[in-house]
Design a protein around this ligand. Structure first.
Ligand code: ADP
Length: 280
C-alpha cells in the first residue's frame, strides 16, 4: 500500500516536471566521462552563443551538478537566492537574459550540502524540478554531474524527454576511453547523442603565435568516428576562458572575435541543424 502510494507520488511528480518543461522546445543534457574537462564552461558559453544567435531571452540552463554546481560562478550569479511566488520557483536571470537554476541556489553558503547525502536527495531534486517556472524557452541546457555513474543516471531519470546529449571531452587518449562510456550511457537511456565537443583542443601561444597541442588534438573526432556519433567541433585552450569564468564574466560576449568564441558559434549551427533540421 505504502509502495503504491510512493509510486503514485513519484509519477505525480514526474508528470509535474514534464508539465513545467512543456514550454521548453529543446532540452539538451551536457555530459562528460569525467570531471575537469570543461563541461560547465562549455554549457554556459554554448547557452550564451545560442542567445547571441538570435535567441536572447529564450535560453535556459539547469545546473544539475549536485555536488559541485559551478554554473552560477561562471555566469556571475554566485550568491543568488531563488525567488518563489504562487506559480512556483523563478529562475535567476543572467547575461543575455539566460534563465538559470542551480542546485547552488538552494545550498547554504560555504557549507557541506548535507541534504544531498542521503537517499532523500533525489526526492528533494524532483520536488525542486517540479516547481520551477521556466516559461517559454527555445533551448534548455542541463549540466549533469561529471561521469556516468548512478548520480548522472538518477538525474537523467528525473528529466522528461530530452532531445539528446552533448558529450564534452578533452583530446587525450585516456579521455577517449571515458567518452565511450558516456556514449554507452546515453544509448542505455535511449537518448540520442547529438555529438561530441572537443574542449581544450590546442593552444595558440599569445607571445609567439605557435600552436601547441597540449592535450593532443583530434581525440574527440577520432572517438566520434569510432562510435559513429557526430563530431561538433573543437574549442581551443584560451586563458581568458579560465579568467572570465573565475570572475563570472561571459567570455563569449567579451571576446567575440576569439577563435574559441567563433568555435562556439559554429557548434550552435551544428546543434540547430541536428535538433531542428535547420541549415546554416
Ligand atoms: P567540468 O565542468 O568538466 O568539471 P569546468 O567547466 O569547471 O569543468 O572547467 C574546469 C576548468 O578548466 C575551469 O577552471 C575552466 O575555466 C577551465 N577551462 C575549461 N575550458 C577551457 C578552455 N577551453 N580554455 C581554458 N580554460 C578552460
Amino acid at each position: 500500500m505504502q509502495d503504491q502510494d510512493s509510486r503514485n507520488a513519484w509519477e505525480e511528480r514526474l508528470k509535474r516536471v514534464k508539465e513545467r518543461m512543456n514550454k521548453v522546445k529543446h532540452k539538451i543534457a551536457v555530459i562528460s566521462g569525467k570531471g575537469g574537462v570543461g563541461k560547465s564552461v562549455v554549457t554556459v558559453n554554448l547557452a550564451m552563443a545560442f542567445a547571441l544567435n538570435g535567441r536572447e531571452g529564450r535560453v535556459g540552463i539547469l545546473d544539475a551538478d549536485i555536488h559541485g554546481p559551478c554554473v552560477p560562478k561562471i555566469i556571475g550569479l554566485k550568491g543568488h537566492r531563488l525567488q518563489a511566488g504562487p506559480p512556483g520557483i523563478f529562475p535567476a536571470v543572467g547575461p543575455l537574459k539566460i534563465r538559470v537554476v542551480s542546485m547552488d541556489f538552494l545550498l547554504p553558503e560555504q557549507e557541506t550540502p548535507v541534504i544531498w547525502r542521503g537517499p532523500l536527495k533525489y526526492q528533494a531534486i524532483r520536488q525542486f524540478l517540479s516547481d520551477i517556472v521556466w516559461g517559454e524557452l527555445d533551448y534548455l541546457f542541463i549540466d549533469l554531474p561529471p561521469g556516468t555513474g548512478d548520480e548522472s543516471l538518477s538525474v537523467m531519470q528525473l528529466l522528461p524527454e530530452m532531445d539528446g546529449v552533448l558529450i564534452v571531452t578533452i583530446p587525450s587518449e585516456v579521455s577517449q576511453d571515458v567518452v565511450k562510456k558516456a556514449v554507452s550511457f546515453a544509448r542505455q537511456l535511449g537518448t540520442r547523442v547529438i555529438g561530441i565537443i572537443e574542449n581544450m583542443s590546442g593552444f595558440v601561444c599569445p607571445r609567439c603565435g605557435a600552436e601547441i597541442d597540449i592535450f593532443k588534438v583530434g581525440g574527440g573526432e577520432k572517438i566520434a568516428k569510432d562510435m559513429s556519433v557526430p563530431f561538433l567541433g573543437r574549442i581551443p585552450i584560451d586563458p581568458k576562458i579560465c579568467e572570465d569564468s573565475d570572475r563570472g564574466v561571459p567570455f563569449i560576449v567579451e571576446h567575440r572575435d576569439s577563435p574559441a568564441a567563433k568555435a562556439f558559434m559554429e557548434i550552435v549551427k551544428k546543434i540547430e541543424e541536428a535538433v531542428e533540421g535547420k541549415k546554416g
